[in-house]
Every structure is written in C-alpha cells, then in structure tokens.
Design a protein around this ligand. Structure first.
Ligand SMILES: [Zn+2]
Length: 233
C-alpha cells in the first residue's frame, strides 16, 4: 500500500500498471466543506486501515486531490477493490454538491476513460451495496448509459444540478441494524455516530418523523431517507 502522491493536486490521470476495469463513485457523507484528503486519510487509519481508501478526492471547492496511489488497490467498495478505482466527493446532502465538483468529476473521469481507450465502466457504490452512497446521480452527472459507460466517448454534456434526481435504492434501516448507513443516519440526525441502531437512535428517528409529518415508525424507509438527505421534496 503506498501513499506517495497523497495530498497532491490531481492534474493528469496516469494509467497505472495494474489492470483497471471499473471506477466507483462515492461521497464522504460529510457536510463540512473544510474536509481535506488528509482528514479522510487520518479517519481511515483510525478505522484500522493502512490509510485513505479512495484514490481521488474532490473537495467542496471542486478541486481534485490524490489519495491512495493509483498503483495500490483501494479500500472503498467491499468485494470490488481489485481492478477498480475509488473517487470520493465531499458532501452529505444533495444540496452540498456543486457544479464545480461535478465539473471536476467529469474532467477526471473523462481522462480515465480516454486513458483506457474509451471503455471504462463507471459505477455508483450503491450499484453493488445497499448504501446511500453517493447521494447524487453519478449516471446523470457523467452522462453514462445504463451500464455505466460514457455514451459519447468521454465528453458528457454539462448537467443541470436541479435536474439531478436521486435514483439510489435506499435500503430500509431500523432497530438492531449495524452497518455503514446507520452512522450516516446518525450524522444526519446530529447524534453520536456509533453505527448501532439502538433505542436512542430509534427514539430520535421517531422524533424526526413526527416533526416532519411522517409516520413515526422509527424505521428509516424511502420517505424518511429522502427527507433526511434533502431530496425528493
Ligand atoms: Zn461509498
């Protein structure tokens, strides 16, 4: 695992020696616009990983940065880290993302696609995992076809952020769940994010649902997810 390029601006994609056949798009589930690629590196180390799991990070201002070296397999999409790259954008709610970030994502992905002969497959993390990651529609942003290929050779049309609708398959989360989305829900509810859906989280979800005029069943289903993420209304 190497991190020699960590923190350097992502200027030009240099095709690595290892085989790459897929790129996964993520968001960091943080509304803090000051998060840096070094912060993510530190957090991932604190999780016991060797360091940042993503290869490329796009900050709130729309600047791309090197994370894990492209030559090293990532740690971003469980079961799919071999032969892939991970790109992460700063943001939690749909409204956190800007056209500057999407422009940078398009620039970087366009270079990757070109370097691999125009045949790169781009996917959202949630294509292969029941997670609300990313919260934006990467297919719309990148102008991908339904399989994740750039339909016109890497020059997708500019998107209108208002038109980007969330299409993620939001899994139902409730009491007793312990997985990545529980911590995301806790952060959205502004309670300590221990990743365990216990009685306090359930009480907070019910309180939130009542305040939002939703059925207060304590289960985060599609309607509650959409309200929490600030989409669909
Ligand atoms: Zn992800």
């Amino acid at each position: 695992m190497s991190f020699n390029s960590l923190g350097k601006p992502f200027e030009r994609y240099e095709r690595p020696g290892r085989a790459i056949n897929r790129v996964f798009i993520h968001c960091d589930a943080s509304s803090n616009p000051n998060i840096t690629v070094q912060d993510i590196h530190r957090w991932h180390k604190e999780r016991g990983w060797s360091g940042i799991g993503y290869h490329i990070y796009v900050d709130d201002a729309g600047r791309g940065w090197h994370g894990r070296d492209l030559e090293s397999p990532g740690a971003h999409t469980s079961g799919y880290n071999t032969g892939s790259l991970g790109i992460c954008l700063n943001g939690l709610h749909l409204s956190d993302f800007s056209e500057a970030q999407f422009d940078e994502l398009r620039r970087i992905c366009g270079q990757i696609n070109e370097a691999h002969g125009g045949g790169m497959r781009f996917s959202e993390h949630n294509d292969v995992a029941a997670k609300a990651c990313p919260v934006f529609d990467a297919y719309a942003v990148l102008g991908l076809d339904s399989k994740g290929y750039m339909s016109d050779g890497g020059h997708p049309p500019p998107s209108n952020i208002q038109m980007i609708q969330m299409t993620v398959n939001l899994a139902q989360v409730g009491f007793g769940d312990k997985h990545g989305d529980v911590a995301l829900i806790q952060r959205l509810l502004e309670i300590p994010a221990d990743g365990i859906f216990g009685p306090q989280t359930e009480a907070k979800v019910k309180e939130y649902q009542r305040a939002q005029g939703l059925a207060a069943d304590g289960i985060v289903g599609r309607a509650t997810w959409e309200r929490l993420l600030g989409v669909g209304n």
